[in-house]
Unconditional design. Structure first.
Ligand code: SFD
Ligand code: AMP
Length: 624
């Protein structure tokens, strides 16, 4: 495949990625500025793309502010404290507060647009836990996508176009001017020029070797199509990143990756080791090693993982979610209808968002009201919206952000005109689907202000033809090299993306605290990992793609590799173990608040490609 057609598109606001935050951005931008041309680009189809593609069974952030009822409502201050503790002392108070004060309006709109939210007899949404509400969420994403599409209007949505790189301005340094990508269906390159760019390409999966193998290969917790592309492209553009050492290791139902929140919080299930002991209690003393966060309520997510890992390492596994006990307790004294109802709620929790887990139950003859189910810590994920806080360092809201955390427009990165939110914005986790949509809205409002203040058009740095050749290089490599062998997957001239992905995952798993070392690493291991990663990057020049599908996989891999490098370099820089249960530095096994209660930020110089990793002060706004 050669000589692609080139399509050039010019707009005011360019939204890259039609996930939850991208849809929020599209909706809000058109609300404030119906006169501006807003274009959205999505590598798949917005209706079923991103982390919410499969559906969800809960909205994990809803404050209930309209009730002002302490037994139901949460305050923004409480949210900041909760998240800061879960992050073991470091989070951006300003960004979190900003999300919390606005998130409810998004949830109310979702309901108006048709999302069924469970209700209590008094009309309030049914809480799963203190922050969450239960939904019938199989069609959550189509509902949100419809609102975004309607707002954008005909002709402004480009689906099945994968963005590979941002394009900078030719005249103004450190200013973004657009983006380039390719159609995954036709022989066509797209070049977009804009006054302002929103990056909403989500978090990063499959950087690490997953636990699933063989016939389950590719089954992970977080959609495999979120490939860290946003982080990679923003880093390449010179934007400052924060907390890229952080990760999320979700505890999940084993093998199907089913969520645990509904069981722990709604059904109030306990989890035990194989001897039937409640390891959260028997391992309570372990929390004292990580004070003051060990005493926080709820126990921070990494510490809960840590307690479980100690059990597994001592041979006390399997760890079981005691679904049968929880259901028996809830059904006690009630009739058979209640049991039936609980049973169907249990199945729906999985069927709404992780159908694979329902299949594991079916395949292993597990009836949740009769037998417990295994839970397990998964491979690591790099993300910024769940219980992980990686992402870019963004400007905070002007009324809340302390000096140094605000440089103009809310949610703008350190690159002029480049905005992000959701998984893209770092140090502000636990925003989830509702908070990501809300943060996209906040970014969009600021982007509209940016365009009003900067009405002149930008100028793309680089010709479309030359940029397009770089995008198509893996196709060219394959075409040129294919004659050297008869089997396309054995060839001295190129490396196929699947082969390269496995090499990256093995490297990250073994040297950068993956599952095979029980999440442990050290400076010497990281140094060796970095050497291997440098060689791996050289080989990426020889990636080969047989077709457009392969080309997509090649670019996803390149993006994953950039995220992997950021993760490794940040872990190397932070000389402590702040999040046991997520990862351990065996050479610095303690949490060290004196030296490390700070953010770790980094930037790649766009010209020299050199990394600069440095500390950024943590500034507390909301008191303990
Ligand atoms: O249970 C390109 N999340 C949950 N949130 C909840 O509120 N409730 C839940 O029940 C949730 N659960 C959950 C959640 C996430 C995941 C992965 C699972 C389960 C398995 C969190 C939210 O889903 C999450 O916070 C938001 O979706 C984040 O929004 P955003 O916009 O940052 O990311 P996205 O929605 O994944 O969208 C990214 C989009 O970018 C596209 N894309 N497009 C063009 N070019 C490229 N190169 C691109 N690369 C990516 C993607 O296709 C996608 O559309 S539970 O576990 O907690
Ligand atoms: P999950 O299903 O694990 O993605 O979790 C859904 C929500 O419940 C998130 O807000 C989690 O932080 C929260 N959660 C899950 N398990 C627990 C727990 N044991 N204690 C407190 N919060 C939890």
């Amino acid at each position: 495949m050669a000589n692609p057609e080139i399509t050039q598109v010019e707009c005011d606001i360019l939204i890259l990625g039609g996930g939850m935050s991208g849809c929020g951005a599209a909706f809000e931008a058109k609300y404030w500025a119906p006169d501006l041309k807003v274009v959205m680009v999505e590598k798949s189809a917005v209706e079923r793309s991103g982390a919410v593609a499969q559906g969800l069974s809960a909205i994990n952030l809803y404050m209930g502010l309209r009730y002002n009822d302490p037994s139901y409502s949460k305050t923004p201050e409480e949210f900041v404290r909760y998240v800061r503790n879960d992050m073991m002392g470091i989070a951006r108070d300003d960004l979190l507060y900003d999300i919390a004060r606005h998130v409810d309006t998004s949830v109310h709109m979702f309901e108006e647009w048709g999302l069924p939210i469970w209700k209590r007899p008094d009309g309030k949404y049914t809480r799963e836990g203190p922050w969450q509400v239960m939904i019938n969420g199989e069609s959550y994403k189509p509902i949100v996508a419809e609102a975004a599409k309607t707002a954008l209007g005909e002709g402004n949505l480009y689906e099945r176009v994968a963005i590979t790189n941002l394009i900078m301005d030719a005249e103004e340094e450190n200013r973004v001017a657009g983006a380039i990508g390719f159609s995954t269906r036709e022989n066509r390159i797209y070049v977009f020029k804009a006054k302002v760019v929103y990056m909403g390409a989500g978090g990063a999966t499959a950087i690490f070797r997953p636990r699933s193998t063989g016939e389950g290969m590719g089954r992970t917790w977080f959609t495999v199509f979120n490939t860290g592309s946003g982080y990679a492209m923003m880093l390449e553009a010179g934007a400052e990143a924060t907390q890229m050492e952080h990760r999320f290791v979700p505890t999940r139902f084993k093998d199907g990756y089913g969520p645990v929140g509904a069981w722990f919080l709604l059904f109030k299930s306990g989890a035990t080791n194989a001897k039937g002991e409640d390891y959260l209690k028997t391992r309570e003393a372990e929390l004292q090693k990580f004070l003051p966060y060990g005493e926080a309520k709820p126990t921070p997510t990494p510490l809960r993982n840590h307690q479980m890992l100690l059990e597994l390492l001592d041979g006390n596994g399997p760890i079981y979610m005691r679904t049968e006990e929880a259901i028996a307790k809830l059904a006690a004294g009630e009739g058979p209808e209640r049991l039936k109802e609980l049973e169907s709620e249990a199945w729906e929790d999985f069927l709404d968002m992780t159908i694979s887990q329902a299949m594991v139950w079916a395949a292993q003859n597990i009836e949740p009201d009769k037998a417990p189910s295994e839970i397990y810590p998964t491979e690591p994920y790099i993300m910024g919206s769940h219980s992980g806080c990686s992402g870019m360092w963004v400007s905070g809201p002007e009324d809340l952000a302390p000096p140094g955390y605000h440089w103009g427009y809310n949610r703008m990165t350190t690159v002029k005109g480049l905005f992000t939110a959701g998984d893209g914005a770092g140090a502000s986790p636990h925003k989830f689907s509702s908070g990501s949509f809300t943060e996209g809205r906040l970014a969009a409002k600021a982007m509209v202000a940016f365009v009003r203040d900067n009405p002149n058009t930008t100028k793309l740095n680089g010709g479309a033809e030359e940029l397009g050749q770089a995008v198509y290089k893996p196709l060219t490599n394959f075409e040129k090299g294919r004659g050297a062998s008869t089997r396309p997957d054995v060839n001295p001239n190129y490396l196929l993306p699947n082969q390269a992905l496995r090499r990256l995952q093995k490297l990250m798993d073994e040297y950068v605290a993956g599952t095979s070392t029980w999440y442990k690493t050290s400076e010497t291991m990281l140094n060796r990992g970095l050497q291997l990663l440098e060689m791996f990057k050289e080989d990426l020049e020889n990636l080969g793609a047989a077709d457009l599908h392969g080309l997509l996989r090649c670019w996803e891999l390149k993006h994953r590799t950039a995220v992997a490098e950021a993760h490794l370099r940040h872990i190397m820089f932070r000389q402590e173990t702040r999040w046991p249960g997520y990862y351990y530095r065996t050479d610095y096994p303690q949490l060290d608040d004196t030296n490390w209660r700070c953010f770790v930020n980094s930037r790649v110089d766009p010209k020299t490609k050199k990394w600069d990793v440095f500390k950024k002060e943590y500034l507390q706004i909301v008191p303990d």
